[in-house]
Write a protein that binds this ligand. Sequence first.
Ligand code: GLN
Length: 247
Amino acid sequence: MCRHLGYLGPDVSVGELIGWGENSLLRQSWAPRDMRHGGTINADGFGVGWWGQDAFSRYRSQQPLWSDPVLRETLPQIRSGAVVAATRSATVGMPVQATACAPFTDRTWAFSHNGLVKGWPETLGPLAEQLPVTDLLQLEAPTDSAALWLLLQRALAEQGPEKALTTLVRAVDAAAPKSRLNFLLGDGRELWATTWDHSLSVLVDDDRAIVMSEPFDDDPGWQSVPDRHIVYARPGHLIITPLEMGA
Ligand code: GLN
C-alpha cells in the first residue's frame, strides 16, 4: 500500500519533512515497516503538495521518491506549514504515471488514498453513474484513487469534509466490500483521514498535527488510529471517531 503524510505546523523545509526521522516518508518508499496485503516497496511515483502564502502548489513524478533530483535540488528550498505528500505502490493492473500519484487536488483540497477498491472498475460503476460525463472525461488516470477523488469532489461540493469522507467510505464499502480505504484530505488548515483496513498514526501537540501511514520516528506522542475510524487534526486538536457511528 502506498504511504501518505499530512503536516500542519510551523513552516518547515518541504524536502526535509520528507526525510524526517529514521522511518521517514523517504525511507518508507523503499523500506516501509508496516506493509500489509502483499506490497513490498512504494516505488511507483510520488507527489508532494504544499500551501504557500496564498496558493497551493504540487509536484508529482512517476519516478521513485529516492531517485528524483527534485528531492535534493528543489524541495529543500521550499518552506511551508501545510503539506500533503504520498509515495505510491501501484495496485496490480493500474498504470505507473505521474497523474496517478497523490495528492489529487482542485487547489482547495488535497487528497490521498492508501488502499484499493476491490473489483475496480466494475464495482465503482454504480457510484460513478451519478457523475456527469464531463467529470469522467477528465479523470486524471485510470485508477481507483483518481475515480475516488472525482466522487469525493462531488461530495465536498455538497457537504463538509467529515460527512463527505464518511459517506464515500460507506458507499464504496457497500459497492465493493473488502476495499481498503485509508483516505487523507487537507485544505492547508485542517486534516481529515480515515482508516479502513490499513495503518495510520497521528502526532498532535499544541504546535503541530501530523498524520502518517506509519510514524516517522519513535516519539512516544504518536498514536495508532484504530481501524474504521475518522480523524480530524490540526495543531492542538485531535478527534478520532468510529466511522461506523460517525456523522
Ligand atoms: N490503488 C491505488 C493506486 O494504484 C493506491 C495504491 C496503494 O495504496 N498502494 O494508485
